[in-house]
Design a binder for this molecule. Structure first.
Ligand SMILES: Cc1cc2nc3c(=O)[nH]c(=O)nc-3n(C[C@H](O)[C@H](O)[C@H](O)COP(=O)(O)OP(=O)(O)OC[C@H]3O[C@@H](n4cnc5c(N)ncnc54)[C@H](O)[C@@H]3O)c2cc1C
Length: 371
């Protein structure tokens, strides 16, 4: 390793959603983001409810955008149509490339993994690709450690083309629960990029990961049940998203993104929260502050933990909980709720729609942590 460390004001470890969003907003200080993978190696779908100004900002990475979305179970479907929000799918690879192209001259992208990190106050020393670095502030976004038996959202997705045009190509299906529920809460997620081009994911919310073939079989079965014949499989993605508290890889330096608790615990959505958090952090940095803003209010974290406790205690109620939430809210309210921006009225509607006793038990357990 070189003996003279390169000195930086800010080092960002991990150039994913959070790291690149922050790096692309920094200016006028010496900074570097360290990321071993190329944007193309990181290609998957990141989706969010976007309003018009966000759609414009994210336009280089948008793969599809829908003003209608739905949830389905055996008893029927709830369709939301919004004038304000569009459910929008991004190519993460294109988003990361767009951020990379926006980096200012003072910010470098180092295509290497960080190791040997030694924390010193908010910063520290580390090496990457045999070079030593010393940074006054470090923001660490390396993926967090998830407990083996913790509640997680886990999925396999296939991007496919179809032999025949599909119906309802103008609606994003967020959750189709008409699938095997024997292993935990399970749904199919479908984004129709066109009437012959889809992303289809088999998603589980449970404590145990399945063998990848389990999700693949579920996708095949769902397609067969709808008589949708695949022309070709274009891509496969796999993901595991925490729905419980996580442990950062290094507890001594500030964390951002999923490592800093930016994943919404009850839904697994994180992209919008990370965008907002990184915009606020970049403004703080330009004003001379370095502290990472909290991603969520304490109330929201409490409510999400109660929801997850109720779900974990009685997973067979999961379908009903999500369907009841979507029925209780209109499209705009639902989008705000999923984004973590719901007001008191929206929360009141959701609480009224929930079965009371499981939630009272879950809330008491969360307050007294007696399990
Ligand atoms: C497949 C998938 C799909 C998702 N879809 C959605 C979605 O649709 N909507 C949504 O809101 N959320 C989604 N999420 C959740 C969340 O938005 C993403 O996980 C998001 O990428 C989190 O951003 P991040 O920056 O915290 O982590 P990441 O984007 O995972 O970035 C962490 C980076 O750290 C790098 N790294 C690892 N080790 C080192 C090292 N030693 N040195 C330097 N770098 C290192 C990794 O290569 C990685 O690029 C999804 C997650 C996954 C896994």
């Amino acid at each position: 390793m070189s003996s003279n460390p390169i000195e930086l004001d800010i080092a960002i470890i991990g150039g994913g959603s959070a790291g690149m969003a922050l790096a692309s907003k920094l200016d006028n200080l010496s900074a570097a983001v360290f990321e071993p993978k190329t944007a193309a190696e990181r290609d998957s779908s990141w989706a969010l409810w976007a309003q018009p100004e966000q759609l414009e900002q994210l336009s280089p990475a948008i793969r599809g955008s829908w003003d209608k979305w739905r949830l389905i179970d055996h008893s029927g479907e709830v369709i939301h149509q919004s004038n304000e929000y569009r459910y929008t799918s991004l190519s993460s690879g294109q988003y990361l490339q767009h951020c990379e192209a926006s980096l200012k001259d003072s910010v470098n992208l180092v295509r290497a993994a960080v190791d040997d990190l030694t924390a010193e106050e908010n910063g520290g020393q580390f090496s990457a690709d045999g070079q030593a670095y010393k940074a006054k502030t470090i923001y660490d976004s390396r993926p967090p450690i998830m407990g083996d038996n913790s509640l997680r959202q886990h999925f396999v997705g296939w991007e496919i083309s179809t032999k025949e045009p599909i119906t309802d190509a103008d609606i994003a299906t967020l959750m189709d629960f008409r699938v095997d529920q024997s292993r935990g809460l399970h749904f199919i997620y479908v984004l129709p990029y066109s009437d012959r081009h889809l992303l289809v994911e088999s998603t589980m919310i449970s404590n145990q990961l399945e063998d990848k073939d389990w999700y693949r079989n579920a996708i095949s079965q769902w397609l067969a049940d709808r008589n949708i014949q695949m022309q070709s499989q274009l891509r496969e993605e796999y993901g595991v998203i925490p729905m419980a508290a996580v442990q950062p890889q290094n507890t001594q330096v500030p964390t951002i993104g999923a490592a800093g608790g930016s994943v919404r615990l009850s839904s697994g959505y994180a992209f919008s929260t990370i965008q907002a958090q990184m915009a606020t952090l970049a403004e703080a940095i330009s004003a001379g502050e370095r502290e990472v803003p909290a991603p969520f209010s304490r109330r929201l974290i409490f409510m999400d933990r109660v929801f997850n406790r109720a779900l974990s205690a009685q997973p067979d109620r999961g379908v009903g909980l999500f369907m009841a939430t979507s029925k209780a809210l209109d499209a705009e309210e639902f989008a705000r709720f999923m984004l973590g921006n719901a007001g008191a009225m929206e929360w009141a509607k959701v609480i009224m729609a929930m079965p009371k006793w499981p939630f009272i038990q879950a809330a008491l357990r969360q307050v007294f942590k007696n399990d």
